[in-house]
Design a protein around this ligand. Structure first.
Ligand SMILES: Nc1ncnc2c1ncn2[C@@H]1O[C@H](COP(=O)(O)OP(=O)(O)O)[C@@H](O)[C@H]1O
Ligand SMILES: O=P(O)(O)OC[C@H](O)CO
Length: 504
């Protein structure tokens, strides 16, 4: 028999990738496609779900073509995806009825305020492990039902389907056969009870969301069915994992034991700790979430979600045009003449964990006439590390554990300046791995386990580089104190609404 591979499809906020892994856990080939993110109004973030589906087809065709393997050499497909981003589509036509609302979007802030005024917060926290915030899917669904013409009527007639991107991709990939979501994705909707792992009727009623539009909740690693042959060059390939990308990275980092922690620096930043079969309820601004369900066994995680991490660099490149390629930014930061009181708080879409301030606006503080682009870039990179340290401190308090090692991944970890600064700030070692695509590897592992391609003991990853602290804690603590002053000044800025203001 020809050599078999596992194909991971990793759909992130800014790009979609198809990656082939072999039995030795090596990355054999990759095809990547940048996606389009739209910002139609202040705080709004949207995507065209149909364009996402076309990107999936593009990377599938691309990887088969580029790698030269035969389609039936793919033993199974695993899918990891940006979470919470929500789309509604028409059951009859298969077409989205509006734009997908992206996880970063603040456009549903008013709905969340309303739910808070109705006193729903404590019930939501208890049932879901999350909090009322525009980040999660529920207010996005409610917004679409309220604002897209005919949506509620379609929902009531049973003609409407909801999905996070995992559901949307599998619905299409399976030839419209399977309307499913896995528990790791369901646990991010604000509609799933994290103890029963089922849609919660009381929440659905409180949010006026009809159950008929929801997908079936399934385990994270399972043979769900196959691709439609016309989407995979005539082959029916088993689809064997669906997993939220941050939980996928936790699995890909082999954080399989209670207390193990990873941090991903992608569009956003996400620190997750495996908490085993226990739900750890946060008192310090973190979230309790499902990591994965394999067979009947459920693993939970504690999570700190940072809304803007690597995307600050994209903003500096595309909007400020401070450089052409993010690759040069580590060197720019190294070249920056020390100006230690320049800070950027990247609250472009409010602040996530541990502050949860959906009205905060981004700010740059500490500018002087001598400030230059290198220093601004350096402050941008450092903002990723400061935000991660805030979450790490909260996680240590909530878990009563000292984090002595941080496994890292995500696009921005190619930035050595970032990782060294993070090691110094947290006074702990950071491990970066040879396979950088650990989200995709996690999805591949979960798919491969479902069909017996791998056993748990076969799974392995190799360290590329360890970053050890090389600066004193006392010095770094002073920088961290200044960061908190920058946060306070950013949160204090609450502009009044100006009538007739044409700005968006
Ligand atoms: N060398 C770098 N330094 C800083 N940021 C980087 C670097 N390379 C990529 N990034 C940032 O990482 C992000 C992409 O990471 P990735 O893990 O691919 O994101 P996602 O999965 O969210 O699409 C982009 O926002 C980009 O600006
Ligand atoms: O696109 P990413 O990889 O930053 O991930 C987005 C998260 O899943 C949002 O919760």
């Amino acid at each position: 028999m020809d050599k078999q591979y596992i194909l991971a499809i990793d759909h992130g906020t800014t790009s979609t990738r198809a990656i082939l892994f072999d039995h030795e856990c090596n990355m054999v080939d990759i095809v990547q496609k940048e996606g389009k993110v739209e910002y139609p109004k202040s705080g709004w973030v949207e995507q065209d779900a149909l364009a996402v589906w076309l990107d999936i087809l593009y990377v599938i065709a691309g990887i088969i073509n580029k790698s030269g393997i035969k389609p039936d050499q793919v033993a199974a497909i695993g899918i990891s995806n940006q979470r919470e981003t929500s789309v509604l589509w028409d059951k009859k036509t298969g077409l989205p009825i509006g734009k997908a609302i992206v996880w970063q979007s603040r456009q549903t802030s008013e709905i969340c305020d309303r739910w808070k005024e109705e006193g729903l917060e404590e019930m939501v926290r208890q049932k879901t492990g999350l909090r009322i915030d525009p980040y999660f899917s529920a207010s996005k669904i409610a917004w679409m039902l309220e604002n897209i013409e005919g949506a509620r009527e379609k929902a009531e007639n049973g003609d409407l389907m909801f999905g996070t991107m995992d559901s949307w991709i599998v619905w299409n990939l399976s030839g419209e056969e399977r309307h499913i979501t896995d528990v790791s994705n369901a646990s991010r909707t604000l509609l799933c009870n994290i103890e029963t792992l089922e849609w919660d009727d009381e929440l659905l009623e409180a949010f006026h969301i009809p159950k008929t539009i929801l997908p079936e909740i399934v385990p994270t690693s399972f043979n769900y069915g196959t691709t439609a042959p016309y989407h995979f060059f005539g082959s029916r390939i088993p689809i064997c994992s669906m997993v939220g990308d941050q939980q996928a990275a936790l699995f890909g980092q082999l954080c399989l034991e209670k207390g193990m922690v990873k941090n991903t620096y992608g569009t956003g930043g996400f620190l997750l700790m495996n908490t085993g079969d226990k739900i750890v309820r946060s008192k310090n601004g973190l979230l309790s979430t499902v990591a994965w369900k394999i067979g009947d066994h459920v693993t939970y995680a504690l999570e700190g979600s940072i809304f803007v991490s690597g995307s600050i660099m994209k903003w500096m490149r595309d909007e400020l045009q401070l450089f052409d390629d993010v690759k040069v930014t580590s060197q720019m930061a190294n070249n920056a003449k020390a100006q230690d009181d320049l800070f950027i708080v990247p609250a472009f879409v409010g602040l996530g964990a541990p502050y949860w301030d959906d009205k905060a606006k981004a700010s740059i503080v500490g500018l002087t006439l001598g400030s230059n682009r290198n220093q601004i870039v350096k402050a941008g990179i450092e903002s990723m590390a400061y935000q991660a340290k805030d979450v790490m401190d909260a996680m240590e308090k909530d878990s009563n554990l000292k984090i002595s090692k941080l496994k890292v991944d995500g696009g921005a970890t190619s930035n050595d300046y970032l990782l060294q600064f993070q090691a110094n700030l947290c006074q702990c070692a950071l491990e970066r791995f040879k396979v950088t695509e650990l989200t995709a590897l996690g999805a591949a592992f979960l798919a491969g386990l479902a069909i017996g391609y791998w056993k748990l003991e076969n799974l392995k990853i190799e360290i590329d580089q360890t970053f050890e602290p090389n600066k004193k804690k006392e010095e770094m603590d002073l920088h961290f104190e200044n960061w908190h002053r920058a946060i306070a000044s950013c949160q204090a800025f609450k502009p009044v609404q100006v009538e007739g203001n044409g700005h968006v």
